[in-house]
Design a protein around this ligand. Structure first.
Ligand code: BYC
Length: 333
């Protein structure tokens, strides 16, 4: 069984973790420098713990909010096969959210606290999920570009210095890889055997998702306030700009095979750098979306809050049932 529960925080050890402790801090930094993994029961500086809670909980929220744009298309999938694949993918994303909430809980924060932070706007989730899914081709493009960007970003996190997060990411990345491939295969089917209208639908979806996918990697390194410390601590292993470049380099040849045009007139191979150059990203748009003013921010958050409120009776019933069951179980063991 997959669990994070074996590594519970040693409360006494971490109660005062946020207070400066130069001796322990030095030992911690030495462990990080030696490439050791940190477990939940180990001492860690307060800032390391807070940075992890911020990143892991935002990652978990992204998975859960990320279910919404795709679930919109489950009932409209063109074939039974595509419907089964999409259902499985959306279900996987729910699972990813749960692994990640469980990983964050090892840092002494409750799931209710994290959900509350999402609902009141204190916690972020990925900018990409604030764009609408207008056609069936969006399902293929989300798999190809959005999950493709997610894998590029998440594979290095499998080596994150915080072991419970790293372990969760190993399983998530395996599933993300299937997500990316099913998206690419759906697009290939439309581009190779589809009608002119279907091909135009794919091109339109690529035009709308390309730039927001590049924004997923976060602001440029020079404007990323968290990167330097997160890289030093091995929470992030590769910088925002380097991951973005790797993604562009990997994606351009795939676009050529698909026969679509990426919507960037400045995109070209730079032999000197041995990388693709690409045009400027509209960072104003990125910050607008991150700060709550994208096309679907309001709708996405409302759906999450409504689902939480209308599901309250299920949580209450499950808790009441568990309470009723507990003495009986204890008596039997
Ligand atoms: N959207 O200093 P920076 C998925 C925020 S799940 C919104 O570079 P950091 C998928 C950032 O949080 C995709 N906000 O931050 C799911 C920070 O604000 P705070 C999610 C963003 O943490 C279902 C501020 O901007 N993946 O792909 O060093 C289906 C400054 O940024 C974004 C993860 O969460 C953004 N795009 O680096 C399909 C992976 N970018 O927190 C697919 C794990 C930046 O200081 N997370 N911000 O208020 C990471 O790798 C890093 O957190 C990031 C940002 C690269 C995202």
């Amino acid at each position: 069984m997959y669990t994070q529960a074996m590594d519970l925080i040693n409360k006494n050890d971490n109660d005062h973790a946020d207070a400066p402790d130069p001796v322990r801090e030095q030992a911690f930094e030495a462990r990080i420098a030696a490439g050791e993994f940190i477990e939940a029961k180990d001492w860690m500086p307060g800032h390391y713990r807070k940075t992890l809670i911020r990143q892991i909980s935002q990652h978990a929220h992204s998975e859960i909010v990320g279910m919404l744009p795709e679930s919109n298309w489950i009932s409209r999938a063109p074939t039974l096969k595509r419907k089964a694949i999409l259902l499985a993918k959306v279900q996987d994303e729910g699972g990813h959210g749960l692994y990640l909430y469980a990983a964050a809980e090892t840092l002494d924060i409750s799931r209710d606290q994290m959900i509350e932070a999402l609902h009141n706007g204190r916690a972020k989730y990925s900018s990409i999920f604030n764009y609408p899914t207008l056609t069936w081709a969006d399902m293929g493009v989300i798999g190809w570009l959005v999950d493709g960007a997610a894998i590029m970003n998440q594979v290095p996190i499998c080596r994150c210095s915080y072991a419970p997060y790293a372990r969760a990411m190993i399983r998530i990345c395996r599933e993300e890889s299937f997500h990316q491939r099913q998206g690419y295969e759906a697009l290939l089917t439309m581009m190779q055997g589809g009608t002119a209208a279907q091909k135009a639908m794919v091109q339109d979806a690529v035009n709308r998702w390309w730039w927001p996918s590049l924004m997923m990697f976060g602001p440029p390194d020079s404007e990323s306030p968290n990167s330097a410390q997160s890289m030093r601590w091995g929470i992030k292993r590769v910088s925002n700009d380097d991951l973005r470049q790797k993604f562009v380099d990997a994606t351009v040849p795939q676009a050529e095979i698909l026969g679509i045009t990426l919507p960037d007139p400045l995109l070209h191979w730079n032999a000197q750098r041995a990388h693709y150059d690409f045009g400027p990203i509209q960072w104003d748009e990125f910050w607008r979306v991150v700060n709550g003013n994208g096309p679907c921010n309001h709708e996405r958050l409302k759906m999450r809050v409504d689902a939480w409120e209308s599901g309250a009776w299920v949580r209450d019933a499950a808790l009441a049932y568990a309470k009723q069951k507990t003495p009986q179980t204890t008596a039997q063991t």
